[in-house]
Design a protein around this ligand. Structure first.
Ligand SMILES: *Cc1c(COP(=O)(O)O)cnc(C)c1O
Length: 398
């Protein structure tokens, strides 16, 4: 790759990321191209963002048209795309009002504010928000405090008070932790950053019941699972319970930065004038892109395709030697690797062989491909993973 670019990045960009040694310059559908013209199959989708594929022509056109008409006026005025998008999100999910922002982190901040304000309204003095160990909710102080794996970093102490965690998917521990102080249970219905771990139906039901008993809110962070990723527009639709508040971002804007916190008819009324805001939120360009993404994804044919592609991928992956399990649903898959295989090494080799994926933990790969993947591309990915793992010799179990 371009050595000057690498050197300038090291010199001028705060070193918060360990970047892979590739410069991408173009994307089309499920393909990416680097500065030397090499082609890659993108099984990461910009971390679950490029769900309708890179540079989808309808998304590009919506952005092009809107950006030539009006780009930004702030939320002090009415704009059509923002209101249409709120209607669309509300009617497709919890039926309440929507708060817009620019990222998943901020969507969770809004949810945390709603939870605390609702708890105070019922007389709770020290509201507490409960999450699962391994959950990822973002990196601002509120969402970070709700992210147990990162909230312990002493460099950034103190975290916000009023957050606690229980072991992942532990229904009993969750039930025991919920009490009169509980403002909300804030969880990912399927953990993404942790390496793709679905919460069991039993635990979801326990969470719903525990919240109902004390008047706490059940909040689902669907920032990664939402917008069709698991084969339904929202992951909760395939589970046994509905949340009271839900957050979305990542794929919502088709690559434009936009996030939303969606309430039900009650929780959507909690925040009022002056409680929260954002300069850029749901600007006309990002909202027009999001409306187009919803046109494409909120379609039974597309969602069925996500499920069938996901099933085919999971089946193909399970047959590979060195793969111990495939977790997840739809096109949100965690691939467990046998003892002694280091996922990060595998991931580097995959990249060299033209497959973009991700290793969120030492023993797993994460796959989040665009929904426009063809059958051939899915088979190609399985072959590349198979050929790569053939170079490893799993430790024999004793
Ligand atoms: C990515 C992610 C976030 C944070 O979203 P940003 O847009 O990076 O702020 C929050 N929750 C979940 C589940 C995520 O996957």
């Amino acid at each position: 790759m371009n050595e000057q670019l690498k050197a300038d990045e090291a010199k001028y960009v705060m070193q918060t990321y360990k970047r892979a040694g590739v410069e991408f310059v173009r994307g089309e559908g499920a393909l990416l191209f680097d500065d030397e013209g090499s082609e890659y199959l993108d099984f990461l989708g910009g971390i679950s963002v490029a769900s309708v594929g890179h540079c989808h022509p309808e998304v590009v056109e919506a952005i092009r048209v809107q950006t030539g008409e009006l780009q930004h006026v702030s939320n002090l005025f009415y704009t059509g795309p923002m209101v249409q998008l709120a209607k669309r999100l509300s009617e497709s999910s919890l039926g309440g009002k929507v708060f817009f922002c620019n990222s998943g982190t901020e969507a969770n901040e809004a949810a945390i504010k709603i939870a605390r304000k609702a708890a105070r309204a019922r007389g709770v003095e020290n509201p507490e928000i409960i999450s699962f160990e391994g959950d990822f909710h973002g990196r601002s102080y509120g969402s970070l405090s709700a992210t147990p794996g990162l909230a312990t970093n002493p460099d950034f102490a103190p975290m916000l008070p009023g957050f606690r965690s229980v072991p992942f998917d532990d229904a009993e521990a969750l039930r025991a932790a919920v009490n009169e102080r509980t403002a909300a249970v804030l969880i990912e219905p399927m953990q993404g950053e942790a390496g793709i771990f679905p919460v069991s139906d039993e635990t979801l039901v326990a969470a719903r019941q525990a919240c109902d008993e004390v008047g706490a809110l059940l909040i689902f962070d669907e920032v990664q699972t939402g917008i069709g990723r698991t084969g339904s527009l929202w992951a909760y639709e395939q589970g046994p319970v509905r949340p009271d508040v839900m957050t979305t971002a990542k794929a919502l804007g088709g690559g434009m930065a936009i996030g939303a916190c969606i309430g039900n008819p009650e929780t959507g009324e909690v925040l009022t004038a002056g409680d929260h805001g954002s300069t850029f939120a749901a600007g006309p360009v990002a909202s027009s892109a999001a409306l187009t993404v919803l046109d494409l994804v909120d379609d039974p044919v597309m969602l069925r395709r996500v499920r069938s592609l996901g099933d085919a991928l999971a089946e193909g992956l399970k047959r590979i030697e060195g793969v111990t399990e495939v977790r997840g649903r739809g096109l949100m898959l965690g691939v467990g690797l046998a003892d002694g295989i280091v996922a990060a090494d595998v991931n580097s080799t995959l990249l060299e062989r033209g497959l973009v994926a991700n290793a969120p933990r030492p023993d797993s790969l994460r796959l989040l491909p665009p929904f426009v993947l063809t059958d051939d591309q899915a088979e190609r990915a399985i072959s590349v993973i198979e050929e790569t793992l053939a170079g490893y010799h799993p430790v024999e179990s004793k």
